[in-house]
Ligand binder design. Sequence first.
Ligand code: NAD
Length: 318
Amino acid sequence: MNQFKNVALAGGGSIGVAFALQFARAGKSVRIFEQSPERCALIPGEIDARLKMLSAAGLLEGEPEVVAARIEVTPELQSAVANCDLVVECVPEVLDIKRELFAQLERHVAPEVPLCSASSALPASSFCSELATRQRCLIAHPGNPPYLIPIVELVPAPFTDAAVVQRCSAYFQQVGMSPIVVQREVEGFVFNRLQGALLREAYCLVRDGVASVEDVDKVVRNGLGLRWSVIGPFETADLNTRGGIAAHARKLGPAYERMGKERGQNDPWTDELVANVVAQRRAMLPLDQWEARVEWRDQQLMQLARMRKEHAANDASS
Ligand SMILES: NC(=O)c1ccc[n+]([C@@H]2O[C@H](COP(=O)([O-])OP(=O)(O)OC[C@H]3O[C@@H](n4cnc5c(N)ncnc54)[C@H](O)[C@@H]3O)[C@@H](O)[C@H]2O)c1
């Protein structure tokens, strides 16, 4: 049931092409439905160029031409979706376009096939509610480009069948992606909510003359982002403070609450909320393994440091 062979992508822009590469490099057959003749003509060249790039970086199994041969581009929806096991819609973020396309997909795609949308912000309930087979519809929001950023957020609408969500999760794992299931529809899902929180504060810091644009980016590039490529914000807090995240919340919670209030935000880390986070962290990492995990983090950061050093040396010698 969780094996699949054929993927149909509707829309061959940035995300459609990038998803095609990811599915094809994992051995799947891909058809891209693209309505613009200009885009149809450009897509094969884009695919070849990116596959060669991935191959040169040692990130492609098999020859680029072999992987490229798994991808077809067509201006006809019906031939794109024939015999497909999964559809991922990647058309522009415009409600009417998505609504119309999903109505067409419903007519032409066998009812057991999941219909995903790469939508960044529009939830599935805003354009699938009227469909007779709406239980197979959900969001599969990737990072850009999905052939280099593995996260994909699966966001079911209230009417989406949980079994379909699980099946899609297995499909995306099968092609080397890292799916999470967002528990309910919220604007921006998780990826863009986190990104938005940082970006909103970054704008405030520049507005208030605290830091330049370059320096904000530097703090992320040489600080937060470096760490976040290895561990997330919860694990960071957990590993940065002896006693773990419970101690972190005790020591730094009040300062973070003051910073939030300065921005008109009032979301205190209540005892109950902290207890929930602590319980989840301790289930993943008992405190007696804390030291070992801190060492693991440092090993990971050392690998990154080595890579950055080599990269800087290569840049200097070119
Ligand atoms: N670009 C990103 O960073 C990013 C990241 C994650 C998700 N997304 C989401 O993915 C979706 C696609 O974004 P994109 O950046 O690839 O857009 P894009 O504009 O690059 O590509 C959209 C493509 O869809 C085609 N198209 C338009 N209407 C169509 C139709 N009815 N049928 C078939 N093809 C049609 C267009 O010709 C175009 O080639 C959007 O919902 C977007 O929000 C984008």
